[in-house]
Design a protein around this ligand. Structure first.
Ligand SMILES: N[C@@H](CCC(=O)N[C@@H](CS)C(=O)NCC(=O)O)C(=O)O
Length: 204
């Protein structure tokens, strides 16, 4: 059975979303981050970064959340996986963009708001994120113009990866309503039973 390390409330969330999409059985592995078990020698053998998420699937180990979602979709021959090299390129294009461009300022903002005490908070980081994120949302809005989904008119790993980051951006307080295409597309992504299951896991 696939073993997963990392809480559904973290970057691992998108991996749980994919596992639920594929209806694969999985085992959540205990990892006490307060006790810094993610930096233990045993865990560093699984993910040398000492970060979550990671999965172990038989004799295969994968870390980096979007590499995991992509691996699962392809390995288990899901319709969420690419069917051609062109689809693969476009799915990677959107996933890399979400991780490198859109997620970076969102995580910087989240860290300031959630983990830095008010008196030590760097408000400039938050202001910078609030300025740059709308530019990235314009890119996505254009990418979705006249389209139901990002690649080939079906829900794919690209939608799952990008929507997981847009959901974070939205939960930080960024209003999506002015972006009509994103708003419509996000509603379709969040209506999926697998996303609903993830949302419940995050509440628990
Ligand atoms: N790009 C990585 C980011 C992983 C990451 O930063 N994980 C955080 C939790 S969301 C973590 O493990 N932080 C603990 C640490 O850096 O020590 C991915 O998407 O998998």
């Amino acid at each position: 059975m696939i073993k997963i390390y990392g809480s559904a409330r973290s970057s691992a969330g998108r991996c749980y979303w994919m596992l639920e999409e594929l209806q694969l059985p999985y085992e959540v592995m205990p990892l006490n981050m307060k006790e810094r078990e993610h930096k233990s020698e045993d865990y560093l053998k699984i993910n040398p970064n000492g970060k979550i998420p990671a999965i172990v699937d038989g004799d295969v180990t994968v870390w980096e959340s979007m590499a995991i979602t992509s691996y699962l979709a392809k390995k288990y021959q899901s319709p969420l996986a690419p069917r051609t090299p062109v689809e693969d390129a476009h799915m990677m294009q959107w996933s890399f963009w979400a991780l490198v461009d859109l997620q970076k300022p969102a995580v910087d903002w989240l860290i300031q708001e959630m983990f830095v005490p008010e008196d030590k908070r760097n408000h400039q980081v938050i202001e910078d994120a609030k300025k740059i994120i709308p530019n990235y949302l314009k890119t996505l809005e254009r990418g979705l113009e006249g389209k139901t989904y990002l690649v080939d008119e079906r829900f794919t790993v690209a939608d799952l990866n990008v929507a997981s980051v847009v959901h974070l951006v939205n939960s930080l307080g960024m209003d999506l309503a002015p972006h009509k295409n994103i708003d419509r597309w996000m509603k379709a992504c969040k209506d999926r039973p697998a996303f609903q299951k993830l949302a419940k896991m995050r509440e628990a």
